[in-house]
Design a protein around this ligand. Sequence first.
Ligand SMILES: C[S@@+](CC[C@H](N)C(=O)[O-])C[C@H]1O[C@@H](n2cnc3c(N)ncnc32)[C@H](O)[C@@H]1O
Length: 349
Amino acid sequence: MDNSEKKHQRRIRYKGTHPKTFEAKYKELQPDKYSETIQKIIGKGMTPAGMHRPICVNEILDFLDVKPGQIGFDATLGYGGHAQEILKLLNDQGHLYAVDQDPIELPKTKERLEKLGFKEELLTINNLNFKDIDLIASVSGKFDFVIADLGVSSMQIDNPERGFSFKTDGPLDLRMNPMVGVSAAERLKEMSKDEIEGMLIENADEPYASEIAAAIVNHLHKGHDITLTSELHQIIIDALKFIRSPKREEEIKKSSQRTFQALRIDINHEYEVLYEFLEKLPEVLKPQGKVAILTFHSGEDRLVKKSFQYYFRNGIYQEVSDGPIRPSMDEQSSNSRARSAKLRWAIKK
Ligand SMILES: C[S@@+](CC[C@H](N)C(=O)[O-])C[C@H]1O[C@@H](n2cnc3c(N)ncnc32)[C@H](O)[C@@H]1O
């Protein structure tokens, strides 16, 4: 057989040495198998994929002073880090009601907490928005304490499928509950240049709001979609090309973070639901009931501060924290996500 007769062999597609999927890429997602890897990552001040490190745990527990027999509400269950510590203090007496609007992470947390021995007699978990705290209170009765740790969890940020970060490519979604509302990609298509600019300023104090809004609208008007996180990131990079080096790279990074934050706040109606929650709090707290809220940006911190001060002035809260409490320097250096956290508390009269 001469060479010309040789059957053409299809080249085997190179699969590469690196795992392609998020699940395969991160060893941390199998904590039983890779506990050493997880400890190394935590040691470097990072958060392992698929996990969330709770912030200001000691400060929150010191303030709440949870006692066995009490009834509490965790408005933002997330990975269950705060809940787990609270459940230990309940010592099999009392009850913790917990909600999270994320239907993807919630079952995993439920299973994890069940495995740790926290069963239905002590813990009730619902897939609900915390703005509906009164629905839970209508079943549980009023609360001795309430905790809310606002924003998104590390699991949500790190999962490219959710579209919360420009650092990995994925669908531009950004919904904490993908079953309700519209994705960020859809939302951008509905907005005018002025609306986008206003959103960037109001939700993230973005200094290049006008340039970024114009670039997004131009892109869409030319008939191009913005369906991926990488596409929105590229539009921001192009819009900010005029910034001179060496500042440019850092400015683009910050503007990208702020743009994703502003969009997330918008499509999850974060200010509206926080406002509703804060309004309902006095009604669902027992006398001497306590509330602790962790915020991660100035917009939400302002809302919490104003609400606490308003009800304090009106004699509904007997005491409120003087100013924001910040995580210790140790916590800030060992967990980069703690750096922007502010804790405020109030005690009902
Ligand atoms: C910072 S994480 C909470 C982490 C948690 N404290 C822990 O220790 O694991 C915020 C969580 O709140 C949830 N969340 C944010 N806004 C919410 C809302 N309006 N209603 C219910 N859950 C909400 C998010 O889905 C996310 O899981």
